[in-house]
Design a protein around this ligand. Sequence first.
Ligand code: SF4
Length: 291
Amino acid sequence: MTIDPAQLVRWYGQARRDLPWREPGVTAWQILVSEFMLQQTPVARVAPIWLDWVARWPTPSATAAAGTADVLRAWGKLGYPRRAKRLHECATVIATEHGDLVPDDVETLLTLPGVGAYTARAVACFAYRKNVPVVDTNVRRVVARAVHGLPDAGNPSAVRDLADVAALLPDDPSAPVFSAALMELGATVCTARSPKCGLCPLSVCAWRAAGHPPATAAPRPAQRYAGTDRQVRGKLLDVLRASAIPVLRDQLDAVWLTDPAQRDRALDSLLVDGLVEQTADGRFALCGEGG
Ligand code: SF4
């Protein structure tokens, strides 16, 4: 089965969410920033941070001129803070090697720090209206259901997933809107746990037509956060973000007393990732603030 582009595009025109990075006048750089932030964080948490970020650093060169510590602070509680560092590196490369302009072709975008297959195509499509397939988890799920009649997308395969979506793209200027609409459908209607088929604009869906056959594989357990190294890293970074000066080891140790070995591992990983540094007198600071 296939997806009728006209149906989907028409629905998108009426049902799309008003997200700040979709407003007129948003630049390619600002769209790229949103894509970095959205990689692993929900829209509702990204929107306020993105608004502050682009007001403060509207261009790659403005971002590149900021200190790494400022960038890590502004990233706030978005999680996975390595993304902030990569975004800062990406801004520096665009400012110094691309005349402060985000490249518009997928191949060049892929050479930028932190820009992978999804982000490169998302920027080419949403910022430059290029007719390229954009594949994220939501898109994979919609295609699995509507086209292949499967309840879930299964394991990702870059080649197969891109070919799947490329085959659906209309060969006309509506392709970028179609891509945005496919993603929006997966995010708001064809959701993982409770697809709202009654609200779906697609008149043809293979999975619905087959009577929603269940998955044969056991569902993957939900990712937990509590008690993970990720949580401990977040707590350590909270202490460093809140302090204008380097902090003592004891101040860091106090945030996670239950498992000192885990805390040490988390701190080591922050040092290795270049998010935190140690001062000559043994205290700790966000990268760039250790003196
Ligand atoms: S009909 Fe249901 S399962 Fe099919 S694409 Fe629409 S929301 Fe998803």
